[in-house]
Design a protein around this ligand. Structure first.
Ligand SMILES: NC(=O)c1ccc[n+]([C@@H]2O[C@H](COP(=O)([O-])OP(=O)(O)OC[C@H]3O[C@@H](n4cnc5c(N)ncnc54)[C@H](OP(=O)(O)O)[C@@H]3O)[C@@H](O)[C@H]2O)c1
Length: 269
């Protein structure tokens, strides 16, 4: 029997990709699920399907995490309405590609708001009741981009490095109090991410992990209270090997990969 059967899981960014896969997997394991994102129609359709297929409770909370009020809206509709959350999947996020200096600052600030500020706020809001109950778990979706600077996705990679570092600190803080924290670090995964970030021309979905594989690695890691889960053997090997190579070498290799998205460098050629 799954440890999540009969428990309540809240998944942010559940309308697509990795978040949707978390919602589907947890509902299949018998968890009641709260799905949140901006796309109301997709969330409503997902909720209806999961209720019919698995007989679990599924609630929809529409919230924009780029708005300061987003996390509070989610809290009010869940813990605040007497629905305790046992598992929080802090997954919503997006990336942007291009030269940092040329990308609109507002877009990058919005990304920092969703990827970092909203994630930290949600963690703070939901961790307190978990600590009081001395049970619960939070998964923060980071990325393999967290392990090195990524030229032309510099601000995105920095948001993910923040999440990794933040999660590791919280993991140790909370371990003695019955709450598990995980930084989930997927590599390239076949979702809408590439389309939204603008990296789609570089990335072949057929060579990527599936969101279902990423979710399976996360839940397995959670069962073992792993603070950091890098999904997929190739990604694990890459992250491991990077420890033995000078950081500038790794950063230059990443630069070669993303340079096609540099309008500035390509214009200068
Ligand atoms: N796919 C990859 O290669 C990859 C690799 C490493 C890490 N990740 C991370 O995995 C997480 C999930 O991404 P994904 O790959 O599943 O991408 P995705 O398919 O584009 O899904 C992103 C999810 O985030 C939600 N979201 C975006 N902006 C939001 C906002 N302002 N307010 C509320 N929700 C918002 C989207 O919902 P709405 O548009 O409906 O709001 C959607 O459900 C992200 O944190 C991403 O950084 C992805």
């Amino acid at each position: 029997m799954s440890e999540w059967q009969g428990k309540t899981a809240l998944v942010t960014g559940a309308s697509f990709g990795i978040g949707e896969a978390f919602a589907r997997r947890l509902a299949a394991e018998g968890a009641n699920v709260i799905v949140t994102a901006r796309s109301q129609d997709r969330l409503a359709a997902l909720a209806e399907e999961l209720r019919a297929r698995h007989g679990v409770k599924v609630s929809v909370v529409v919230a924009d995490l780029a708005e300061d009020s987003g996390p509070e809206t989610i809290l009010r509709a869940t813990e605040g309405s007497g629905q305790p959350v046992d598992l929080l999947i802090n997954n919503a996020g997006f990336g942007v590609v291009g030269d940092f200096a040329d990308l609109p600052l507002a877009k990058q600030q919005l990304m920092i708001q969703v990827n970092v500020t909203a994630l930290v706020t949600l963690s703070h809001l939901f961790l307190q009741p978990m600590l009081q109950r001395r049970s619960g778990a939070i998964v923060h979706v980071s990325s393999t981009a967290a392990f090195q600077g990524v030229p032309y996705m510099a601000a995105y990679a920095a948001t993910k490095a923040f999440i990794l570092n933040f999660s590791e600190g919280l993991w140790a803080e909370c371990a003695a109090h019955g709450v598990r924290i995980q930084a989930l670090c997927p590599g390239a995964t076949a979702t809408n991410f590439q389309q939204v970030a603008g990296t789609a021309p570089l990335r072949d979905h057929s060579k990527m992990q599936t969101p279902e594989e990423v979710v399976a690695a996360s839940l397995q890691g959670l069962a073992q209270n792993q603070s950091v889960v890098v999904s997929g053997l190739a990604n694990q090997a890459m992250v491991f090997a990077e420890r033995f190579v000078p950081r500038q070498f790794v950063t230059r290799a990443a630069a070669r990969l993303y340079q096609p998205f540099s309008t500035r460098t390509n214009a200068a050629k």
